[in-house]
Write a protein that binds this ligand. Sequence first.
Ligand SMILES: *[C@@H]1O[C@H](CO)[C@@H](O)[C@H](O)[C@H]1NC(C)=O
Ligand SMILES: *[C@@H]1O[C@H](CO)[C@@H](O)[C@H](O)[C@H]1NC(C)=O
Length: 478
Amino acid sequence: MNGQISPHIAIFVLEIDRLILRHNRVHQALARDQQIRPAAARMPSPSAASAPATRHLRLWWRRRGRGGAVAATFAVALLAAALLLSLSHYASLPLAPAASVPRSSALVGLTLLRRAEEKGALCLDGSAPGYHLQRGSGSGSQSWLIHLEGGGWCRNLKSCASRQKSILGSSRYMESQVEFAGMLSDLQDENPDFYNWNKVKIRYCDGASFSGNVKDEFQNGTKFFFRGQRIWEAVMDELLLKGLRHAKQAFLTGCSAGGLATFIHCDDFRALMPKDSRVKCLSDGGFFLDVEDISKQRTLRAFYSDVVRLQDLKRRFLRCSSSMDPGQCFFPREVVKDIRTPVFVLNPAYDAWQVQHVLAPVVSDPQRSWQDCRLDISKCSPSQLEILQGFRKELHDAITELKQKKDWGIFVDSCFIHCQSLNSFTWHSPSSPRVNNKTIAEAVGDWFFDRREVKELDCKFPCNPTCHNLVFAKPFKG
Ligand SMILES: *[C@@H]1O[C@H](CO)[C@@H](O)[C@H](O)[C@H]1NC(C)=O
Ligand SMILES: *[C@@H]1O[C@H](CO)[C@@H](O)[C@H](O)[C@H]1NC(C)=O
């Protein structure tokens, strides 16, 4: 090994193109001044979601209040985990006791959908879509957790064309195995309620949150397939045959663009399951807001309008009236109005992706006055913080009605992060973010199994010392 860390350990770091993990003050010699460069993690800009190698990000976690120590512990744990996985030096590693380091990594192989072409269920480039299935055991053998992968959207043929040459548009580029961590983990410590369930990660390769269904489109001699809806249906059909049809409990989840897809498909999912089964959904970092950005533009709405037109999604969203901007139909605030199945909304109040792309996008900040704040919430000026608090309020306003629903769950922490269910550090560990002293895993488990009503609403930044706030070294392109 040459110090490069294998890509699967990067799972916890959200969906970030190329990033470097760093830590501040790490006392163990093991970790001093080392950098981890996971190759395959990515956090897409809405358009150029698929990993331009030029986008080098530096990022680390910072804990407010306790300074660098916690971040350092966390980084050490991470380095240890990385080394553990890549070097197998189990015995000689000084593992940080404060963080949970995976005892083993569950790598789960990619299965390509059978007869994809016949079913017309194809990735953007015409390749077969895929998923990763890990079988459950014991008391979990008739329970299923499905996760829809995220990764932004493509708004026009040009951006979809570049996506066709990446894991977000073609199974030709997808990893043959991925790590299952956080709520996908099969370790009881890390994932107390779902560890022994059947788990599936469905790969995202259609560019529109699993919702398009149009004929092939030719442009400049290239063929594009906008078939997300068919991918959803065909993968569900295949999973039903593999045991999902006998599910006693089923949980549809997704992160980011996959979190939006979870809202879109939650009731379809319910309808596929046996009548007497317990079925719920969870959207992680998927509550995208239709707000004015710092220059009074509705950047994301304009973006969504392009996606909706490109993939002809308007037909799909019946609620979408002709007086509405097509992009409006695609926002969770609209989509959730029709959902009858219980859903858990897991979202940071200062979603890092949304701050960078929805609230303070680079295009709306020619003076670059948001550059530091956009990368590191602790560097925001008082006036910028006020705008961030306004953004938090927009989220709270958008979910007002959802808070009234007894059977819906809410966990809105005041962290600067994006997607918190797929790594043990944010999902469930001794150093996880907590609201009302509950980790995300505890809150979600309590809600799923009706142990209590769950509405965890955090106080305003910087009140929560348990947050893992991301710090980026460079802005995302786009
Ligand atoms: C098609 O090709 C032309 C000329 O090469 C180029 O300018 C245009 O951007 C291409 N269109 C798309 C959608 O790729
Ligand atoms: C918070 O929860 C932990 C267990 O998860 C418990 O040990 C601790 O006492 C709780 N703290 C408070 C203040 O309730």
